[in-house]
Write a protein that binds this ligand. Structure first.
Ligand code: SF4
Ligand code: URA
Length: 201
């Protein structure tokens, strides 16, 4: 897409600088009350050249400790799911709707999600993914439609501003309720098929 390898390198290093700057900003962010109680903010992880962005809800207790997205039990299950559909981590960037751990693992409030959304917008502009995989209802409601329901709308393919979006169950929900696993597996097969058909990777 970029005209020369040199130009490409400049863009890549600018993206890196921009993400580092964003990391610094989030480290000092107190735009919502979660900034007071969190241990470590969790901006995101993965390739800045990723074609696919995975968006979860918010850091869990493990991520609050490590400062790295998807390092706890839900992240470990997500790793297994990704391997089973042959999606390499090199093609992914992982982040969440809110960047700080909500105490007692509660659902982030709408006001907290709204306060944090500019960071996701910046990540989106830097990474410009072709596809977004939305994990759970918080991400799908915020990004697709406030009326979204995971139970009835999971595995459907949405398109917004030329970006393909597929919502599915959050891996934490699969850990809480194993009966959702077969339906989630169908979603991931749809995700894999869409990646191939639309030549995302
Ligand atoms: Fe800032 Fe987002 Fe953390 Fe709230 S959750 S303090 S808006 S980084
Ligand atoms: N759950 C999420 O939604 N995001 C993480 O980073 C970890 C667990």
């Amino acid at each position: 897409m970029h005209s020369s390898p040199f130009c490409y390198l400049i863009i890549v290093s600018m993206e890196k600088i921009a993400i580092e700057e964003l990391t610094r900003i989030v480290l000092n962010c107190r735009k919502c009350p979660l900034g007071e109680s969190r241990l470590h903010p969790v901006l995101g992880k993965g390739s800045l050249q990723a074609k696919i962005m995975i968006v979860g809800e918010g850091p869990g207790a493990t991520e609050d400790q490590t400062g790295v997205a998807f390092t706890g039990p839900a992240g470990k299950l997500l790793d297994k799911i990704l391997a089973s559909v042959n999606i390499s981590k090199d093609d992914l960037y992982f982040t969440n709707i809110v960047k700080c751990f909500p105490p007692e693992n509660r659902t982030p409030r709408l006001s907290e999600q709204e306060a944090c959304l500019d960071y996701l917008r910046m990540q989106f502009l830097l990474i410009h993914p072709k596809m977004m995989i939305l994990l759970g209802s918080v991400a799908a409601k915020k990004i697709i439609d406030p009326k979204f329901s995971v139970m009835s709308d999971h595995g459907k393919i949405f398109e917004k501003k030329g970006v393909i979006m597929i919502p599915t169950f959050h891996p934490a929900a699969l850990l809480r309720d194993e009966t959702k696993k077969p339906a989630a597996w169908e979603d991931w097969k749809i995700i894999r098929k869409t990646i191939d058909e639309k030549k995302i990777l």
